[in-house]
Ligand binder design. Structure first.
Ligand code: 13P
Length: 343
């Protein structure tokens, strides 16, 4: 393992006021997202859309890294440059989603576990020659009266920790993503209870696998009420509950926590992130974002498959990234939503 490589990658990713763009939707997921804006999903439309995102002028002011999907790693931007090379030239680090998706864990209530460990070291070596500096692996946990079970929590923690150890052994910084789903009618208190158990188990496994916490990015979900819960928590309540659980479970050695948006609206995801950074100027970690939907929803709607909308889509995308950058420093205000502040 080269500590130097890990050090330089984490240093770039953990910069205050910068976040990570998740543009690593699998082909099935992006096809669903495109369908919602009446756009056909082909290799070329996926390429064109992701080209638009990453070549947004001045994006590197707010985005330190972009997580790519395997297909994109070998695609080229309009000027004929491979995506990872283009990102590096723009001062943004390329990363890669490396898990192979979810399968049912037998003997549970249809809970899911993440697969993709077989051959991972070889794949990482290949991704690295193509420019990837960091990776992502996502585990998911659904909340119901009986889930997540101890078995699913343990199995997913093992997967995350083994993946993280393999990444570090290959000079790649792992994004460790335990996502507790927002679906359902659970309260914020129940989300807190589950989050604490899940994160405790993940950090226990990371310890057992000797993962160096100094060189990981934690990408958790926020502690928040389920989408169908009638009692909707305010940004301050989400911030308070999330920080309480993170302080209990995440060692200060972890340099940066970059949240996923998980189905929150773009405005909610920004306001909640801001509330955390506004609550305390002495957090043990950098607290930032690694959003897919909350960054991409508006630009994708504006673009909807038509190149003539690209510039307008880029402008809205940059605006959203800027607002989240401000939120990562506790300097966002809801009134900024109405003014276009990009000069
Ligand atoms: P969302 O921000 O849309 O939740 O996506 C983040 C992500 O990378 C999911 O794996």
């Amino acid at each position: 393992m080269s500590i130097k490589e890990l050090e330089s990658t984490i240093h770039a990713l953990a910069k205050k006021g910068k976040g990570i763009l998740a543009a690593d939707e699998s082909s099935a997921t992006i096809t669903k997202r495109f369908a919602a804006v009446n756009t056909e999903s082909t290799e070329e439309t996926r390429r064109a859309y992701r080209d638009l995102l990453i070549t947004t002028p001045n994006l590197n002011n707010y985005i330190a890294g972009v997580i790519l999907y395997e297909e994109t790693l070998s695609q080229k931007t309009m000027d004929g440059t491979l995506f990872p090379e283009k990102l590096k030239a723009l001062g943004i680090l390329p990363g890669i989603k490396v898990d192979k998706g979810l399968v049912i864990l037998p003997n549970t209530s249809d809970e899911q576990v993440t697969q993709g460990l077989d051959g991972l070291a070889e794949r990482l070596a290949d991704y690295k020659t193509k420019g990837a500096c960091f990776a992502k692996w996502r585990a998911v946990y659904a909340i119901s009266t009986v889930t997540p079970s101890k078995l699913a929590i343990k199995a997913n923690a093992e997967g995350l920790a083994r993946y993280a150890a393999i990444c570090q052994a290959n000079g790649i910084v792992p994004i460790v993503e335990p996502e507790i789903l927002i679906d359902g009618d659970h309260t914020i208190e129940r989300s807190a209870e589950v989050s604490e158990r899940v994160l405790h188990s993940v950090f226990n496994a990371l310890f057992r696998y000797k993962v160096k916490l100094e060189y990981i990015v934690l990408k958790p979900s926020m502690v928040i009420n389920g989408k169908k819960c009638l009692n909707k928590a305010s940004a301050e309540q989400v911030a308070e509950a999330t920080l309480t659980i993170l302080r209990r479970t995440v060692p200060a050695a972890v340099p940066t926590i970059n949240f996923l948006s998980g189905g929150q609206t773009p405005e909610e995801a920004t306001a909640n992130l801001n509330a955390m950074n506004a609550l305390s100027s002495h957090l043990p970690w950098n607290v930032s974002y690694s959003y897919a939907r909350a960054l991409q929803e508006y630009p994708m709607q504006i673009w909807h498959g038509d190149a003539k909308n690209s510039v307008a889509a880029q402008q809205v995308f940059l605006e959203r990234a800027k607002l989240n950058s401000l939120a990562a420093m506790g300097q966002y205000d809801g009134s900024m939503e109405t003014e276009l502040s990009i000069a």
